[in-house]
Design a protein around this ligand. Structure first.
Ligand SMILES: *Cc1c(COP(=O)(O)O)cnc(C)c1O
Length: 435
């Protein structure tokens, strides 16, 4: 790992690591096509379309998109100006918010991967049992609650993954058991119990909740474990976001090419959600997209995994970091082994953000644009704020031909990953929090 990035991480300072192993898409395409074939991502997109009639029936809030779970891409010009002021910098090009914070059903990015994996599992069971054909109207599955009731779905979570898996599984009729780490917020546990899920609470961190959930599920042949650290299906559900984003950009007449680079900033916990999305984006936009992850200063697990090349074996506690953060969705002490490896040739870099800045961005976004998101989500705003003045990001730009002139026509997207389900009293606390 570069000395300056490492010393920043060890000193608990906001820092930026630039990935030295990133490669042009053409150089890694054959290998990528072998690990995650493009048709698998297509297959995920098609599966989500097959399920759309069922989703629309069970979750009427998806009627406007006919059962497709998708979020708005909204330009946030006032926020852009505020970031320029606060960072004493320029935020070049246009700034957008990808509002997965407001995805229907689960109110977070987990409504992509989590819901996709539950649907895939339900489809597998129903096809096997002969109660479904791929050409059927999938809405018929609403009549098979007793069938799904024989099966259990389990997952370990810091909160939002549990919400998306729990809500979707319960809606189909599955029994659900959610293993929640100590970081999980009370309102998320309450909401899940209200939907009929069993919530198992742990005093320990996320890795233990996952390990325990995996172990308990493995002892029950009727149980299926959604494995946040290892699941290919979760990854594919996230990756399907890329083609949808391409369509949204086209609809808004926004060009992405050599002279109109796309910057995407994604908050990372274990790495699955941002990894799947960024992977899909590289398939879709190739070398014109530049993906950065954002992590808490006290919990940069994906950064450590990739920068030290220890991948899933890295743990923030081994570097004197507490792993504790207000960004509950990002509190994963060790990253996904699979994701840190697969992102190695794709990721531009990772920056870290202190907790105080999370609340600063949260208030700024609310006052500038009237949008409320959760603290974890806010980490990504450090991207545009630091693009022109963080030495690492400046070096990345100059090393990749991203000159001042090109950046003037850049499109920057902050991926908001969660927030719309926060209860009003918790929202108020967030807006009033000053660390
Ligand atoms: C889960 C989550 C993330 C990150 O996803 P990982 O797959 O853990 O990297 C980011 N933001 C929010 C709000 C989340 O819930």
């Amino acid at each position: 790992m570069s000395d300056s990035a490492l010393s920043g991480v060890l000193a608990h300072r906001p820092t930026c690591w630039v990935n030295p192993d990133k490669l042009p898409v053409h150089a890694v395409k054959p290998l990528c096509d072998w690990i995650v074939p493009e048709e698998k991502i297509c297959d995920a997109e098609n599966r989500l379309r097959r399920f759309a009639p069922l989703i629309e029936t069970v979750f009427p809030e998806t009627a406007p998109t006919h059962g497709i779970i998708e979020s708005d891409l909204r330009e946030i010009p006032v926020m852009r100006t505020e970031l320029e002021k606060s960072g004493n910098t320029s935020v070049p090009g246009r700034l957008f918010l990808k509002m997965d914070s407001h995805l229907p059903i689960a109110g977070s990015v987990k409504a992509r991967g989590g819901i996709y994996e539950v649907l895939k599992h339900a489809e597998d069971l129903a096809l096997d049992a002969g109660i479904l054909r791929e050409t059927d109207d999938y809405a018929k599955l609403t009549g098979y609650r007793d069938f799904f009731r024989r099966y259990t779905v389990q997952v370990g979570s810091t909160g939002n993954l549990g919400l998306s898996i729990g809500i979707m599984s319960a809606a189909l009729g599955f029994r659900v058991k959610i293993h929640m780490s100590a970081d999980a917020k009370q309102w998320k546990k309450d909401l899940l119990r209200a939907r009929g899920a069993e919530v198992v609470e742990y005093a320990e961190d996320y890795s233990l909740a996952v390990a325990e959930g995996r172990r308990m599920s493995d002892t029950d042949p009727m149980s299926y474990f959604v494995d946040d650290e290892r699941s290919m299906d979760l990854f594919l559900g996230y990756a399907a976001a890329a083609e949808r984003l391409r369509t949204q950009l086209e609809e808004q007449k926004i060009r992405i090419d050599e002279n109109h680079p796309l910057f995407v900033y994604l908050p990372a916990g274990v790495g699955g959600a941002p990894g799947g999305i960024a992977y899909g984006l590289r398939q879709t936009f190739g070398d014109h997209v530049h993906c950065f992850f954002a992590e808490p200063v006290e919990c940069p697990s994906v950064l450590l995994g990739m920068a030290t090349r220890k991948f899933g074996a890295a743990n923030v506690h081994d570097y004197g970091l507490s792993g504790r953060t207000e960004a509950d969705g990002l509190a994963c002490a060790s990253p996904s082994d699979f994701v840190t490896r697969i992102m190695t040739p794709h990721l531009a870099g990772i920056f870290t953000v202190d907790d105080r800045s999370l609340y600063r961005y949260l208030r700024m976004l609310y006052h500038a644009e009237g949008i409320e998101i959760e603290p974890s989500s806010c980490a990504a705003f450090a991207g545009p704020e630091r693009l022109r003045n963080d030495p690492g990001m400046v070096r990345y730009c100059s090393g990749n031909g991203l000159t001042e002139a090109v950046l003037t026509d850049a499109v920057q997207i902050v991926w908001a990953t969660g927030g719309s389900m926060i209860p009003p009293e918790v929202r108020r606390q967030y807006l009033e929090a000053h660390l």
